[in-house]
Design a protein around this ligand. Sequence first.
Ligand SMILES: Nc1ncnc2c1ncn2[C@@H]1O[C@H](COP(=O)(O)OP(=O)(O)O)[C@@H](O)[C@H]1O
Ligand SMILES: [Mg+2]
Length: 264
Amino acid sequence: MARKIVITSGKGGVGKTTITTNLGVMLSNLKLKVLILDVDFGLNNLDVVMGVENRVVYDIIDVLKGKCRAKQALLQDFFNQNLYILPSVHLLNNFNITSEQLNFVISQIESMFDYIIIDCPAGIEVGFHRAVKCADEAIVVTTPHMSAIRDADKVLSLLNSYQLNSIKLVINRVRGDLICDGDMFNHDTIKEYLNIDLLGVVPDDDYINLALNMGGGVCKNSKAFDAFELLAKNLHNGERNIYDCTKKYKGVIGNLRKKIRKYV
Ligand SMILES: Nc1ncnc2c1ncn2[C@@H]1O[C@H](COP(=O)(O)OP(=O)(O)O)[C@@H](O)[C@H]1O
Ligand SMILES: [Mg+2]
């Protein structure tokens, strides 16, 4: 049976889709079969980010309408043969999908996968509850900014009312240079404030934006690649290796690098 994990946050734009895609890629690199699924119907960002938008033949609505089986709607990632996407709605459609319907679609294909990663819409409305009801585990994404952390806190209290096997935290867009100068919260402070298990930390990295729309995740020589790899291993093997965003900014060279980043 697949582990079904919802990637959620309170605040929008903190990196849920980025974490979903890159975690999917890294888990599939570990030879695990992964399905990623966008339940933000109508705004199917995931299809666009994974570069499959133009390959979509059937989407989840077609499955629900009985036009095809769930298996037929799956798209294999161009770069990773273990990674699949179930396209969400590629045409604006006011078909109201319930969590029961979504669960029905997932149940048709879950035996094919080790992981099903569900990209949740922002906010705490209907779409959030629909996504969480389909999962056994949750990952809450926040950035190290107070507004995002507060919203993550609200989401955590909602998640606690569900019977989830685990709820873990990922802190995204961390700037090691700012942490060294005391200008950004470090992960221990955020973890303590939210009182939740930390799964990993992802640095702020321009390579992430370069990788968008091409599928395949971030490139191998980027900081984010190492962070996502640790994240996937932590999730799969229960390890607790947290990427150190400050390492690059320590020592004489590191200090110089920090000053350049700050003033250039
Ligand atoms: N670690 C990061 N470093 C740099 N840019 C990032 C990082 N994570 C996300 N982004 C960028 O932030 C924007 C929002 O990310 P996205 O994953 O779409 O957020 P969400 O799904 O939560 O709305 C995107 O442009 C994405 O490229
Ligand atoms: Mg998104």
